[in-house]
Design a protein around this ligand. Sequence first.
Ligand code: ZN
Ligand code: ZN
Length: 364
Amino acid sequence: MSETIRAAVCRDFNAPLVIEAVTLADPGPGEVKVAVKACAICHSDIIYAEGGWGGTLPMVLGHEAAGVVEQVGPGVAGVEPGDHVVVTLIRSCGTCHYCSGGHQVLCEEVFPLDRQSPIAGAGGEALVHGLRTGAFAEKVVVEKSQVAVIPKEIAFDAASLLACGVITGFGAVTNTAQIHPGCHVAVIGCGGVGLNAVQGALASGAQTIIAIDLSNDKLAAAKRFGATHGINAGAPDHREQLMALTGGRGVDFVFVSVGVKPAIDSAAQYITKAGSIVIVGMPPSGVMGEYDPGTLAGWSQRIIGSKMGSAQVARDIPYLVTLYQEGRLKLDELVTGRFALDDINEAIASTKRGEALRNVIVFD
Ligand SMILES: [Zn+2]
Ligand SMILES: [Zn+2]
């Protein structure tokens, strides 16, 4: 069985998405169908749509979503129709080598949805289930591990951000780097992910949280989210400003939230001896970073990769919801613009222009 829904389809790289009627399969064993109420636009969607990571087309993108469970397949426990959920791209079995070690984001299991996309075009051709979610659509079918139930009183647009931008930034600080109270932190890039690294640093008791960006507007936003200082990366004395704030030594951790080479290469100059660079933002394929291995070894420094904030969906989403409800995590303030599915190309263009913290596609 399947039903017809509307979706934004990527048919050509670097071309506008096309709103089409597509068919969505019913959920199979262990799968869940969710009526999407909100789906934020993440830079990963844009990199895919531009061909930055290759891949096969046509594809339905969108992976930062929230909605209402409509149907569950056989063998699904703990989620039922009517539940409000966050929908993530993290599909995990819970028992493989990596899941057993707490690395659900690296799960190596191959699921039925990995072999067969649940979405097809009107002519019957398979459409790639982009980022394992395909949420630029009225409904999705995902594996049960990809959803986390949330309280019904939380607005869908705010909740959708938890699926990717929030866990990626916040979790990089709290899960991947596990920073210690009193440390000095810098965050390079203050968009949707970077601001959540700032929030993670605040929640972890960092002493100094230095936001670094080329936009003074983004630096002002970072201060609203908990940054203690902002430094414009374009200032000739940007490094001296940071050193002056950290006793001349540099920060213990620098989080690089944007996947662009100048930001990645700039990180090493800011860290202290025994400090760490944490790579959070995903660059397009082929981007190479440069560092000085002699300094890295001589100063006992580390470079750490952080995928999706090393998130464990079942643990982290409820935790972040609690922080939000207690007023200790900002979500509503991250939502810059709300757009209908028909206006998705405008929402993407706005995101690419750097205007938004997060633009969200909302559904009635
Ligand atoms: Zn994302
Ligand atoms: Zn696994």
